[in-house]
Design a protein around this ligand. Structure first.
Ligand SMILES: N[C@@H](CCC(=O)N[C@@H](CS)C(=O)NCC(=O)O)C(=O)O
Length: 209
């Protein structure tokens, strides 16, 4: 299986970490987003949205990181990250949809303004955009922090792809100046998740600098 990625991208890293956790070996192919690699016709054939991550398994191409994580976990058979219990399984989906609709976009504003812009030399962080995003940021961080109180994982004692899907946005929390001071439960959970070998191996694929 080939996974097309932009190495520092949270949406790529969660797929790589899930593959590592499930014991699936991926051929990781970096796409040069700043250089327009994602706009090349061969890539657009795989993903008409021209976005990474994109997975290809023997001619079958799949996009959207949540769908890719689901596919990888399904391939892993019993050693997967999908709860058997039907209610837990839909709660896993609930948190992944919530991540895509709410949590990820709130984190994305801070990541783009405070990290991507200076890194790529494309202007100063826009204070007004960050101020606008702050209300959503704190609203959704409070939801997650409350959910994690006294729990090892988002679903309690059951690790699932929901953890990978959400925690990936915290990889750059410090570099992107996330206002995290009030979210102790999130910090504890993220520190534990990101210290696992599955995450360390995914993070090691980010080139220095
Ligand atoms: N909802 C998508 C988001 C994917 C996404 O936004 N990828 C960005 C990089 S993190 C991208 O490829 N941007 C290039 C573009 O939009 O043209 C997912 O979860 O996979």
């Amino acid at each position: 299986m080939q996974l097309y990625v932009f190495p520092p991208s949270p949406n790529s890293l969660c797929c790589q970490a899930v593959a590592n956790r499930c014991g699936i070996e991926l051929e990781v192919i970096p796409v040069d987003l700043p250089g327009g690699g994602h706009m090349q016709p061969e890539f657009v054939k795989l993903n008409p949205n021209h976005k990474i991550p994109t997975l290809v398994d023997d001619g079958f191409s799949l996009w959207e990181s949540s769908a890719i994580m689901l596919y990888l976990a399904q391939q892993a058979g019993d050693a997967n990250l999908i709860p058997e219990d039907a209610k837990l399984r839909v709660q896993m989906a609930q948190w992944m949809f919530w991540k895509t609709a709410h949590f990820g976009p709130a984190c994305g504003v801070y990541t783009f303004e405070n990290l991507v812009k200076p890194m790529m030399g494309i202007g100063e962080p826009d204070a007004a955009k960050i101020e606008n995003a702050a209300e959503d940021f704190h609203r959704f961080f409070t939801v997650l922090n409350d959910q994690l109180a006294g729990k090892q994982y988002v679903l309690g004692s059951t690790e699932s792809i929901a953890d990978y899907s959400i925690v990936t946005w915290l990889v750059h929390a410090e570099a992107a100046s996330f206002p995290m001071q009030d979210y102790e439960e999130i910090k504890r959970w993220a520190a534990e998740m990101l210290a696992t070998d599955h995450w360390k191996a995914a993070l090691a694929t980010i080139p220095a600098g």
